[in-house]
Design a protein around this ligand. Sequence first.
Ligand SMILES: C[S@@+](CC[C@H](N)C(=O)[O-])C[C@H]1O[C@@H](n2cnc3c(N)ncnc32)[C@H](O)[C@@H]1O
Length: 302
Amino acid sequence: MTPVLSAEDIRDANTRYHDVAADHYDSKWGIDFGELGCKQVTTKVRKALGSEPGHYGRSLEIGAGTGYFSLNMLLAGLIEAATCSDISPGMLETLQHNANSLGLEVNTQPADAEHLPFADGSFDLVLGHAVLHHIPDLPRAFAEFERVLAPGGTVLFAGEPSRYGDRVARVPKRVAGAVAPLWRRAIGAAGAPAPEGGAPDAVLERVVDVHAFAPAELSRTARAAGFQDVRVNGEELLANWFGWANRTLESTAEPDDVPWAWRVYAHRGYLLLQELDRRLLESRLPPAIFYNLMLSARKPPA
Ligand SMILES: C[S@@+](CC[C@H](N)C(=O)[O-])C[C@H]1O[C@@H](n2cnc3c(N)ncnc32)[C@H](O)[C@@H]1O
């Protein structure tokens, strides 16, 4: 039986899990800081806003991780001054290292989304990617986003799992798990070695994700915190099924045995299906069926 965890336990699990993940996070998730990363992030911002991104003065990222969103937005010239916060000091260390290698200046600040150490009205944009689903008390966090935004400021989140999309994504994961031995034989790969002393982060992994959202739930939470012009839309359907199936297969093999050609196929295939989702499906199907949800809204002007 899954034990009932307190909000404090969940925050602690998130800090420890992401501290451990920080070193290999970028390679595990194929995070790019360059032309591809800028294009991906700019596309997500455009989709979330439903219009061309503006230029933001002071931004605050929540759960910034290794910097995927803020660093690429700085590179793309969408923000002027970036503050990156995260509950995991380990992630922020990697983010600072990434920023230094790219010659970018950022302000990093360890912080829990529910208790932001910033004055009222300090930012023009509060943003995040793949973080809301880790936060125990979402209404409290949204109240904080509203408080630290200047009047008229924008809040924008992307990469949040949708409840239905998450359920559907279990199918390709299960199928891939079942055919993994055949796949390994076909590519000549040995099975992944069991980590010494068991997988230290496997237990934490099960407790760090606390929500998958219905679109209406996300908009209600933003509205209840005082935001207006709330938009929620969905992204990635085929790309996610393909991505999860491949990641599940790869996780069962000795990493050095997975041929380069396979990795190229998996990466290119994912990008191609992302484009197909964007062009054909995202504007036609209801947000709830996509794997990821995105939200944008505005704090009312003074
Ligand atoms: C899935 S990672 C996403 C990282 C990054 N935004 C990205 O897209 O690559 C989630 C991040 O949220 C952070 N996080 C989890 N719970 C948090 C909380 N309560 N407050 C602030 N950050 C949190 C984690 O430490 C982690 O860096």
